[in-house]
Write a protein of this length. Structure first.
Length: 341
């Protein structure tokens, strides 16, 4: 990731109700939950600030009604925010005209939603080519690009199928191919896999990671599934009552939850696949004796060796330098924190 963010949100508010801007101003741009409760206003997004960096997968999650989907619609201005600032490559989206927004969505943004939204009377090829048709590309241009995207998502040979002839996972692949056809800089996905069966969902997560390895898109991804989030995300943001209560790497969120709400959210996280050895190790190195473990290794990969050893094991960095130690008790506490609360 580079130092310059692709997207910057500052003090973003989205309020539903009569005269949202006036309500916000009357409460000094900082209404409390009690202020909302005493009126007919809903604070769907409340004073949210964060940045998204090039090539990053940022996952926003929360329970139903937490504001996560409203947030992604505010960022893309599908729903105009009540107040705040949204910068896209340094450009203020809240000052963009309707025509400028249309151009941005056609050329810079790709969107995939939970409901596939495929056109039932069009073939796979025609569905994928549709945004290029809207953009004014020639038939040869849009079909060539569509075929390329269809190959990319593994649907070659199904170009002439209609959506009704495809499985749910295949339909979602068509939606993904369509969103990528315009070559977007930023990819927005709102619970794209939540309607799929578990096995298909896992398959689509694998496909998503494969595509990201190839394309290195900047991605904002909405989900309510923490297992999905830790599998896919570079960073995770957790929302509650319209607020972003923590934004951190999966490892930081599991090992250092910001409050009891996040702690409960992460309570059943697969710690063996999230936490690294370095995050649980002491900072007192032990002599190197030929048995050591990388600080970057997940604790699940090192657990058998550490639990079998009666002595501390050296933890080394990528250059093989001793930076700490891990022992059996540290590993047990990391794997079963509830037994050591």
């Amino acid at each position: 990731m580079t130092d310059q963010p692709k997207i910057v949100c500052r003090n973003l508010w989205k309020i539903f109700g009569p005269d949202p801007a006036g309500f916000l101003a009357r409460h000094g741009n900082a209404p409390s939950l009690e202020d909302f409760a005493s009126t007919r206003h809903i604070g769907a997004v409340r004073d949210v600030s964060f940045s998204v960096y090039p090539g990053e997968i940022l996952i926003i999650m929360g329970l139903s009604g937490s504001g996560k989907s409203t947030l992604i619609r505010a960022i893309t201005r599908l729903n105009d925010p009540t107040s705040g600032e949204i910068l896209f490559d340094g450009r203020d989206l809240l000052k963009a005209s309707p025509a400028e927004l249309i151009e941005l969505r056609r050329h810079k943004m790709g969107m995939v939603f939970q409901h596939f939204g495929l056109l039932p009377h069009r073939t796979v090829l025609s569905n994928v080519a549709f945004p290029l048709e809207v953009r004014g590309a020639t038939r040869d241009e849009r079909e060539a690009r569509a075929r390329e995207m269809i190959r990319l998502v593994g649907l070659e040979g199904r170009e002439n199928y209609f959506p009704r002839e495809l499985s749910g996972g295949q339909q979602q692949r068509v939606g993904i191919a369509r969103s990528l056809a315009v070559g977007p800089d930023v990819w927005f996905l709102d619970e794209p896999f939540s309607a799929l069966d578990p096995l298909i969902r896992r398959e689509m997560q694998d496909e998503f990671l494969r595509l990201q390895k190839l394309l290195r898109k900047t991605i904002v991804f909405i989900t309510h599934d923490f297992d999905e989030a830790i599998r896919l995300a570079d960073r995770i943001g957790i929302m509650k009552d319209g607020r972003l209560v923590q934004l951190a790497t999966p490892e930081e969120m599991v090992s250092q939850p910001a409050d009891d709400y996040v702690r409960e959210f992460t309570r059943n996280a697969p710690r063996d696949r999230v936490l690294s050895v370095g995050s649980i190790a002491s900072r007192q190195p032990v002599p190197l004796n030929g048995v050591n473990v990388l600080a970057s290794a997940k604790i699940g990969d090192a657990a058998a060796m550490v639990l079998a050893s009666e002595n501390p094991i050296a933890v080394v960095d990528d250059q093989g330098r001793a930076i700490g130690a891990v022992d059996r008790q540290m590993m047990i506490r990391a794997l079963y924190p509830q037994d050591h609360a």
